[in-house]
Design a protein around this ligand. Structure first.
Ligand SMILES: NC(=O)c1ccc[n+]([C@@H]2O[C@H](COP(=O)([O-])OP(=O)(O)OC[C@H]3O[C@@H](n4cnc5c(N)ncnc54)[C@H](O)[C@@H]3O)[C@@H](O)[C@H]2O)c1
Ligand SMILES: O=c1ccn([C@@H]2O[C@H](COP(=O)(O)OP(=O)(O)O[C@H]3O[C@H](CO)[C@@H](O)[C@H](O)[C@H]3O)[C@@H](O)[C@H]2O)c(=O)[nH]1
Length: 429
């Protein structure tokens, strides 16, 4: 099919490349002309494993192009994916400004060209948004508004887009479902077909539930620290129950990223606007907000205060294998350490330049051991493999004091103790 993907960020670009790999003819559209220029020159503007190579191969085959307007190749599209950002607005609800701007563009371009098409909302949007878009496009009779939320994860985005766990389609007409059947022919995952509103809620519910699991484990980790128990073994013991499962039970410094923080507050707002208090979700957010403070407190206690102490922070992106620092939990930790007079050094394989713009007072080094040199303590904030698999002898030799805070419970606790480090994890020691 001919597909236009509007918005070529994390979701849009991975969607465009994966659909082209599945044999569709795709054009990626973005208002950011600099980004479009870069894409046309075959440069991937984001770091995502395997994406640039895959993008180049589908461009070489002629299945993927880029443009800055809907008025070109996109005019022929059977399916228009909307993949623009829906960031948090001042009151926490999703800001739909970018999305409605696209809807205006779609109206302007396709109203006079009445061919059956799907207008597919992939951006994460509050329940009722699809209905609103359908109203706005009401006089464009051949445009079918469909909800098709995205569940890909950064760091494995292309693989997730190519092999999704499920495809959720919310639509209100047989014609709309049949367009999506044609598009996703050849995908082997389960398909959930429902109304637009239910599809929209599935997306928020999924993210809120995953965030809930993490905050539950983080709160339990606080108790585990006091009890002297091991949260990792607790998680393993829980996860072997098939009703619970092992995923998303990892305690740490909290969840970050462009989705869980904004989607949990957006869902709270959906609840509020509909007169329903989502009290569990409120606590999920509160535990996540205070988790970095809780971690800094552990470091402070171990070092006997933070003023003048040298702390090396390893990993800055919100998770490994991405350059994305949005809502990364390393940031409030760095802020607090600096506020209390600590001298901070930091390392990340990809995100140092972006973080340096926010925290120029931190020293950055391309080499982990240079970052660790002279440190009174090292904190693992993001479990990049480069930051996890250290030469412990070398690390101990360069640090001023052998003190480790494992904010991701990813360092080998028994091994590092054998090397003479004082080790503290999150809910484990
Ligand atoms: N990032 C993720 O892992 C992820 C996963 C699932 C769902 N989502 C959701 O997908 C949506 C997009 O997220 P993202 O992380 O890809 O955002 P992003 O900020 O990386 O990309 C959005 C892109 O849209 C472009 N854009 C803005 N207005 C436009 C317009 N009028 N026309 C064309 N392009 C326009 C921007 O220039 C930008 O390139 C959000 O709703 C998000 O919640 C994100
Ligand atoms: O057991 C765990 C699992 C994750 N995290 C943290 O949670 C955050 C989010 O991780 P992850 O979900 O892997 O990354 P995202 O790319 O943000 O993906 C989430 O958000 C996307 C945007 O909506 C959804 O599409 C995905 O399904 C959903 O997993 C990161 O800070 C992780 O460090 C933990 O602390 N403990």
């Amino acid at each position: 099919m001919n597909v236009a993907v509007i918005g070529t960020g994390y979701v849009g670009l991975n969607t465009a490349v994966s659909l082209a790999l599945h044999g569709h003819r795709v054009v990626g559209i973005d208002v950011d002309e600099e980004k479009v220029k870069q894409l046309k020159q075959r440069h991937c503007p984001i770091y995502e494993p395997g994406l640039e190579e895959a993008m180049r191969s589908v461009m070489d085959q002629g299945n993927l192009h880029f443009d800055h307007t809907l008025n070109g190749e996109a005019k022929e599209a059977d399916i228009l994916f909307i993949c623009v950002g829906t960031p948090e607005s001042a009151d926490g609800s999703a800001d739909l400004g970018y999305l409605f701007a696209v809807v205006e563009d779609v109206r302007a371009v396709y109203a006079s060209n009445p061919v059956r098409r799907g207008v597919v909302i992939k951006s994460t949007v509050p329940v009722g948004t699809g209905d609103r878009v359908a109203e706005l496009l009401g006089d464009c009779k051949e445009l079918h508004v469909i909800s098709n939320p995205e569940f890909l994860r950064e760091g494995s985005a292309l693989q997730d887009a190519l092999n999704p766990s499920r495809i959720v389609i919310g639509a209100e007409s047989a014609a709309a479902f049949s367009l999506m059947d044609e598009l996703y022919e050849g995908y082997s995952c389960p398909m959930v077909k429902t109304t637009r509103r239910t599809a929209e809620l599935i997306k928020y519910a999924s993210n809120a539930f995953l965030a809930t699991r993490i905050s539950f484990m983080n709160e339990l980790a606080r108790l585990s620290t006091v009890l002297g128990t091991d949260i990792e073994t607790v998680a393993r013991g829980m996860g072997l129950d098939s009703r619970i499962g092992p995923e998303f039970l990892r305690a740490g410094i909290g969840y970050g990223g462009s989705c869980f923080p904004k989607d949990t507050i957006a869902l709270l707002q959906v609840g509020k606007r509909n007169g329903v208090k989502l009290s569990i979700l409120e606590q999920v957010r509160e535990v996540n907000r205070t988790q970095p403070e809780w971690c800094v407190q552990l470091i402070r206690e171990q070092l006997g205060g933070l003023h003048g102490k040298r702390v090396a922070v390893l990993g800055l992106s919100f998770k490994p294998d991405t350059d994305d620092i949005r809502e990364s939990r390393s940031l409030p930790i760095i802020k607090q350490l600096l506020h209390e007079g600590a001298i901070v050094s930091a390392y990340d394989p990809i995100s140092m330049e972006t973080v340096a713009k926010l925290y120029p007072q931190v020293s950055y080094a391309d080499d982990i051991y240079a970052t660790l040199t002279g440190a009174d303590a090292a904190l693992l904030a993001t479990e990049w493999k480069q930051c996890v698999n250290l030469d412990w002898q070398k690390a101990k030799a360069v640090m001023a004091k052998p003190v480790l805070f494992d904010g991701r419970n990813a360092w080998p606790s028994e091994l590092v103790k054998q090397y003479g480090f004082a080790y503290q994890g999150v809910g484990r020691s």
